[in-house]
Design a binder for this molecule. Structure first.
Ligand code: FES
Length: 673
């Protein structure tokens, strides 16, 4: 009896999961996988249409599994596979597991791309892979045609098919789906693809096979809005775009937008309309780039600072304008995207990540989701530098967060020659400590300004100004070369030996470029603006360090566009961030945008971020009496009292040159921007 069974059965081993089992000869590989709980994707339900179930036969002797495996152990290439290969691309060696049957013992490899819950590769700057766990799934079904002898509604027969083929029960259905269901079923000749959200709600039905749906992950900054269009089922980013936040016309910084809303009845609603229009514009742009229709966008995730968060939701941010900075909600908001005025698929869902506190927004929550400091052993400091810096400090034991009003200087604003990062903007600077001569590089040109060919290479763009990362380098280099002292005062005495130091009103300025067509100088006021910004940032960090009772951090991650371009050494020279082994200071890339993408692609991450927001301890810099003290001490470069042992190993810091001018900053407290 057992000999007969042996003949009729075969062993199948799936890698990389290692799951194994014996199945009767002739069992489809997909069916074997399903019964062993092996994760293989499918949209068409095993009809050889979608191509999502591809596997590869591992050839050879596998002593570990006790199997000699070869393609002979499977049925020859089937008709559905040939059909699929004619229509789409089927790489050599790949088989459709739904159309391939078992003939003997075999080892089957399930490639990442065929797994439902796979990991999505992220960029090097980003901390970890994204687990793919989409909330919206597609199901291809064949629906029974209506029958006069057995009358039932089309929706009922659709639901029966979903239950029969995909074991989905108790589904609800959007009204719009119902309104379009009959023509869609007939057009598809009773074969349709159904998009189901969270295994609960039918969001859309399309005739025939549809094998891709898309989602949008959006980071709404006060200056720019950035969107990534992702294929939800594969996690691939298929298009990205950004545009200026049109709310800028109501106020450059956040507080002026809040005041606009306070002083103008209906002002908040106007800003809501503006940001929503921009979101719709972005959706159209990325959809066009990806060559899809905006109606293919079934989900959107949104992150932003608390004021952006409120305005997107059409909530007047007036309460965020003053203490106690009460949020309307600190919970995530899950709703139909149409309620936000978004013109995507009519039933698209929107998920707005939760804010942490009145000044620490859903963008910071997204940064935490991307960086997961709560899993770290090392005490990690994460700084997202913007007009308000959002700061998170902690590790697996405890997390604290705050925001600090750094002002727009780090973005090149409020700096006499500052500009946004664009071709022609100075981004790298070195100053010779002996001659005080500068050399620099501009965005869009690989050459340094003292290298042959520079003038020719920059002829088109010119040298137009200095961007945020360039400002940091110039001021740090001015300090390292002795042009400014520890208090940030430009040394006028140096004008006697260098034409780069020139009088500028009652103070002095340092000339970076002056070739007749451009005249770029760093003035005393520019240095002050950077000092004020960096002192506010450091003071916020120091408050968090005090809250945790620590005197140093072990790892620093700089998030945001600024963090991606800055040379971290100069950020430490300037004292923007505390001393740390430079090996452990790096860029986190656009972590807020990545967090939005994670929330889009991995449904389980939503509970994670909602929990992180709950456990992080909030520190409100505006009411902390010690903030002012830390701020004044941090005006000095790198700092009045803090020591920089790690930095001293890689940079020779100048001996301090005293100056009387520092007192002018006493009593100033930075304003929330
Ligand atoms: Fe769709 Fe195999 S499951 S092609």
């Amino acid at each position: 009896m057992s000999a007969v069974l042996d003949l009729a059965d075969a062993l199948i081993v799936f890698t990389p999961s290692g799951k194994r089992g014996r199945f009767p000869l002739g069992t489809p590989v997909l069916q074997a996988a399903r019964s062993l709980g092996v994760d293989i994707d499918s949209v068409c339900g095993g009809r050889g249409l979608c191509g999502r179930c591809q596997v590869v036969v591992s050839e050879g002797e596998f002593a570990k599994h006790g199997v000699t495996s070869s393609s002979e152990s499977l049925t020859p290439i089937s008709e559905p596979e040939q059909r699929f290969a004619r229509r789409m691309k089927l790489e050599p060696g790949r088989r459709l597991s739904c159309s391939t049957k078992l003939l003997g013992d075999v080892v089957i490899d399930v490639p990442q791309s065929s797994q439902v819950h796979r990991q999505v590769v992220r960029k090097a700057a980003e901390a970890r892979e994204i687990d793919l766990n989409p909330l919206v799934r597609l199901y291809y079904v064949e629906v029974r045609e209506p029958d006069m002898h057995e009358p039932s509604g089309d929706l009922r027969r659709l639901e029966e098919a979903l239950e029969r083929e995909w074991q989905l029960t108790g589904l609800s259905c959007e009204l719009q789906v119902l309104q379009t269901l009959q023509p869609v079923l007939r057009k598809g000749e009773w074969k349709v693809t159904v998009a189901v959200h969270d295994e609960k709600t039918i969001l859309g039905v399309w005739p025939g096979l549809k094998d891709a749906v898309y989602g949008l992950a959006v980071d709404v900054g006060s200056t720019t809005i950035a969107a990534h269009l992702c294929e939800i089922l594969t996690g691939e980013v298929v298009a990205s775009a950004g545009l200026m936040n049109p709310q800028i016309r109501f106020g450059e910084d956040l507080m002026s937008r809040v005041s606009y809303s306070m002083m103008n009845p209906g002002g908040a609603a106007q800003m809501t309309i503006a940001v929503r229009e921009a979101l719709n514009e972005l959706a159209i742009e990325v959809a066009r780039e990806a060559n899809i229709a905006v109606e293919d966008l079934l989900e959107i995730t949104l992150v932003g600072n608390p004021i952006m968060h409120h305005l997107i939701l059409d909530i007047d941010p007036v309460e965020l304008g003053g203490a106690p900075f009460a949020l309307s909600t600190d919970m995530a908001v899950n709703l139909p995207a149409r309620e936000l005025g978004l013109k995507l698929h009519p039933n698209a869902r929107a998920y707005v990540l939760p804010c942490i506190a009145g000044h620490v927004g859903a963008d910071a929550a997204a940064v935490m989701l991307a960086e997961r400091p709560d899993l770290a052993d090392k005490l990690t400091l994460i700084v997202d530098v913007g007009t308000n810096a959002e700061i998170i400090l902690g590790n697996k034991d405890r997390l604290v967060a705050c925001s600090s009003p750094t002002g727009p200087a780090f973005e090149g604003a409020q700096i006499s020659c500052g500009q946004r990062a664009a071709p022609g903007a100075i981004e790298r600077v070195r100053i010779d400590p002996v001659t005080l001569e500068p050399r620099f590089r501009v965005i869009g040109c690989e050459l340094w300004s003292d290298e042959p060919g520079f003038a020719e290479a920059t002829k088109k763009t010119g040298v137009t100004g200095v961007c945020g990362s360039g400002i940091i380098e110039i001021i740090a280099e001015m300090y390292l070369s002795g042009v400014i002292n520890q208090d940030g005062v430009i040394d006028g005495d140096l004008s006697a030996r260098s034409s780069r130091i020139v009088p500028n009103g009652r103070t002095f300025a340092y000339v970076i470029a002056d070739n007749g067509t451009v005249d770029l100088k760093i003035t005393q006021n520019d240095v002050r603006a950077i000092q004020l910004g960096k002192a506010a940032l450091y003071a916020g960090i120091k408050l968090l360090m005090e809250r945790l009772g620590v005197d140093h951090v072990e790892r620093i991650r700089l998030a945001g566009a600024f963090g991606s371009h800055i040379d971290v050494k100069y950020a430490v020279v300037l004292g923007m961030i505390p001393d740390c082994d430079l090996e452990f200071v790096d860029s986190a890339g656009n972590a807020a945008g990545t967090g939005a993408r994670i929330a889009l692609l991995d449904a389980t991450s939503r509970a994670t971020v909602e929990n992180l927001v709950r456990i992080v301890e909030k520190v409100e810099t505006a009411i902390e009496p010690r903030f002012q003290e830390h701020f004044v001490d941090a005006m000095a470069i790198p700092h009045k009292t803090a020591s920089y042992p790690h930095l001293s190993k890689v940079v020779t810091l100048p001996a301090s040159k005293p100056s009387a001018s520092q007192n002018e900053t006493r009593g100033r407290r930075p304003r929330r921007a």
